[in-house]
Design a protein around this ligand. Structure first.
Ligand SMILES: NC(=O)c1ccc[n+]([C@@H]2O[C@H](COP(=O)([O-])OP(=O)(O)OC[C@H]3O[C@@H](n4cnc5c(N)ncnc54)[C@H](OP(=O)(O)O)[C@@H]3O)[C@@H](O)[C@H]2O)c1
Length: 345
């Protein structure tokens, strides 16, 4: 049976979700896929990087994290003050790095340094962090190729709902001509509630109370989160590296109840749509509110759900609908990437 040494850098919502899945799916990975994962390294900003070649006790790590205790309290671990030092040191033993620190669209740090360091040492990388993919997917893919490593980022686009693997593997051989998607659950939740007659500010406050929206909702409501996912799709699906400012962007903050009602009265729904369209050799990228007729499958996707419609030559339109965030949902996207790496070895 194959064995993989995994390190998880970033042990918040998603990192812990992946760790939970490693426990609950352990037998299934052995029986169905003939491999086992040894969680050997874990890092956070506060605790630095801990590593134990023989494997860490996942329930103990989850317990320490739940009580905000230092992860170094785990017995018999090597410790480095920063994740970067740890990755540099373990590069020769580690097989896979799961990079799940926070998204930063200015310079993609600290994730991009973690990923560059791991790939340069021949480690495979799986990530849910949108910054590195949005700003440097081409550079990182080239680095991975140079060192014989894989870089997979399924969970950056719609968390565990398969988009990249659907296009790359399920739709292998098709020529994708356009993509349109609802790629942000928070804004879809707000727009769906507004369509039911509620006000923007009331729903935003409720979404924040329920944990769907951040205390600072700018990244979601101004469209930046959807832009990041659009940049990742531009690079990985169309092979084009666009800059942030090349995506036409408009958020949902100026949509009024009157506009919403007018759209409903004419049999339409307003959705925040991220789109990529190939036109005469150039790739047009947009994130903006669009009025969709009810005949469009995206018009009926409500609440925090995400969806994407892929247009191509030989399959016409394929729409994938599913959850786009959450502890286990995002952990599942990482697990799928891990299984893909294990199967390709
Ligand atoms: N949550 C979702 O549903 C979801 C869905 C799709 C994609 N994502 C992406 O997945 C990533 C993780 O999201 P999350 O919700 O798990 O975030 P989170 O709960 O805020 O956790 C982030 C983790 O990263 C750690 N960290 C920050 N800087 C670090 C550094 N320099 N070295 C080592 N660790 C560092 C933090 O450490 P401390 O605990 O010490 O602060 C924390 O453990 C983000 O990029 C996010 O955009 C999330």
């Amino acid at each position: 049976m194959k064995q993989f040494h995994l390190s998880i850098v970033g042990f918040g919502t998603v990192g812990q979700g992946l760790a939970e899945l490693l426990v609950s799916k352990q037998d299934m990975l052995r029986v169905n896929y003939d491999f086992e994962v040894v969680l050997a390294g874990v890092a956070t900003a506060h605790s630095g990087f801990i590593y134990r070649e023989e494997g860490l006790d996942i329930p103990l790590l989850l317990e320490l994290a739940a009580h905000r205790r230092p992860l170094q309290e785990h017995p018999e671990v090597k410790h480095w003050d920063t994740a970067l030092e740890g990755i540099e040191a373990i590069g020769q033993w580690g097989d896979v790095l799961a990079e799940v620190t926070g998204t930063n669209l200015r310079d993609a740090e600290p994730g991009i340094s973690h990923i560059r360091t791991a790939l340069s040492r021949g480690m495979h990388v799986i990530t849910a962090n949108k910054g590195p993919g949005a700003l440097a997917a081409a550079e990182l893919s080239a680095l991975a190729q140079k060192h014989g490593a894989q870089l997979r980022m399924e969970s950056t686009v719609m968390a565990g709902t398969p988009v990249l693997s659907t296009i790359r593997e399920g739709m292998a051989g098709v020529h994708v001509t356009a993509i349109r998607g609802i790629l942000n659950g928070t804004t879809n939740y707000i727009l769906s509630a507004m369509a039911a007659g509620r006000s923007y500010s009331e729903v935003l406050t409720e979404a924040q109370a329920q944990g769907y929206a951040e205390a600072d909702p700018t990244a979601d409501v101004e469209g930046y989160d959807a832009v990041a996912k659009t940049l990742i799709l531009a690079s990985l699906v169309f092979g084009q590296s666009l800059r942030l400012e090349q995506v036409v962007r408009q958020g949902i903050t100026t949509i009024t109840q009157e506009q919403m009602q007018k759209a409903i009265d004419s049999g339409k729904r307003i959705k925040l749509i991220a789109s990529l369209t190939q036109k005469e050799g150039t790739l047009e990228a947009q994130v903006e509110p669009v009025e969709l007729p009810l005949s469009d499958p995206l018009a009926r996707v409500d609440g925090v759900m995400n969806a994407i419609t892929i247009s191509s030559d030989s399959l016409a339109e394929v729409t994938v609908i599913g959850p786009g965030a959450g502890r286990l949902v995002t952990g599942q996207g990482l697990l799928a990437d891990l299984i893909a790496i294990a199967q390709s070895k």
